[in-house]
Design a protein around this ligand. Structure first.
Ligand code: ATP
Ligand code: MG
Length: 324
């Protein structure tokens, strides 16, 4: 049996997100079991640790400083680039980010650096967050999401100090760092009516991002480009614009999601008619609704009228909103 100390250490390291300590304790536990003659159990424990390490993307899920708990979320996404439905020109620009990252050493020998500070602008549900996931997956690094709204509300007054800690982390732990709803800190300085706090925060951000020379990718997303301070744009290596899907994007999206559930002959015209103005995300949800309905009604296939019906439901809130 594990010692009381080992059990306590496991529990403590779990709750403080101390992956290194957790792993070390688990391995000590395996060694202890081996000494007790429980070879099979020791082997099983080591096996679990090895598999978890491999899973966690190269065993690098990092130890956050205590001050950033709740402010930065980490994950290792498994979202392939093929699942992103985008205009070809946009896809190429995303592929270029991946390509330059993979070839960064070749670029460095010529004094150049790979593009890694990226601003994503576009309406809700068009794939900005998903792009950050895809990039993390393609680059085989963790994704760290900074809760920008918390940063400016909960930590008002110490936002600039928190930002410094976040940029320290960006330097120290290589990964994809995502600043969602970035306009909360990137807002126009002239709109500031708040005793200069937001101006200071934005100035700090501008300075941090400008001087950052880490190997990490920094991604900021926003729905409201008009709110962004003009000084920001030139700090980014790339500004990518997302838009609602066109008809062929819509079909591709539905084919990707509904896959083998789709009936043989789909009259796409009839379906597309119901998807006017819907985002990728809403079409994605409508498709999943249709699959669920097909499964539960024992039909097992999704046809044009079922898709049309589910899309209509997703469109309803838009119509209600525009009537009021
Ligand atoms: N371009 C896309 N291709 C494929 N699926 C998409 C795309 N855009 C959105 N989706 C689907 O919708 C979900 C939500 O999209 P996502 O979170 O990326 O939107 P967003 O642009 O970040 O929106 P917001 O501005 O509200 O944060 C995704 O997880 C995915 O399932
Ligand atoms: Mg998003």
């Amino acid at each position: 049996m594990a010692t009381a100390e080992q059990i306590k250490s496991l529990i403590k390291s779990h709750f403080s997100d101390d992956v290194e300590r957790f792993t070390t304790t688990a391995l000590q536990l395996a060694a202890h079991e081996a000494n007790q003659g429980h070879g099979a159990l020791a082997h099983e424990i080591r096996d679990i640790v090895d598999k978890a390490k491999a899973e966690r993307g190269r065993g690098v899920l990092l130890k956050f400083p205590q001050e950033l708990h709740g402010l930065v979320l980490s994950e290792t996404p498994q979202t392939p680039i093929a699942s992103l439905v985008l205009a070809e020109s946009l896809r190429k620009r995303i592929q270029r980010i991946v390509h330059e990252y993979r070839q960064q050493y070749r670029l460095k020998t010529h004094g150049l650096s790979n593009r890694r500070k990226i601003l994503l602008i576009g309406p809700p549900g068009t794939g900005k967050t998903m792009t950050a996931r895809v990039l993390a997956h393609e680059l085989r690094t963790p994704l760290y999401t900074i809760q920008v709204d918390k940063l400016v509300t909960k930590f008002m007054g110490e936002t600039a100090a928190k930002l410094r800690q976040i940029f320290d982390l960006i330097q120290r732990a290589q990964g994809v760092y995502l600043f969602e709803e970035f306009d909360a800190i990137g807002g126009e300085r002239s709109l500031d009516n708040d005793v200069g706090e937001m101006r200071r925060v934005l100035n700090s951000f501008l300075q941090f991002i400008e001087t950052d020379t880490s190997d990490s990718l920094i991604i900021a997303t926003t729905n409201s480009p008009r709110l962004l301070d003009k000084a920001l744009y030139r700090r980014f290596d790339d500004v990518l614009y997302y838009s609602l899907p066109d008809d062929s994007d819509k079909i591709r999206l539905m084919e990707n999601i509904a896959g083998s559930f789709l009936s043989q002959q789909i009259e796409w015209k009839k379906v597309i008619k119901e998807a006017a103005g819907l985002s990728h995300s809403e079409i994605d949800l409508a498709c999943r609704d249709a699959i669920k309905q097909a499964i539960l009604s024992d039909l097992q296939t999704v046809d044009a009228s079922l898709l049309a019906q589910m899309l209509k439901e997703r469109l309803a809130p838009h119509q209600t909103l525009s009537e009021h």
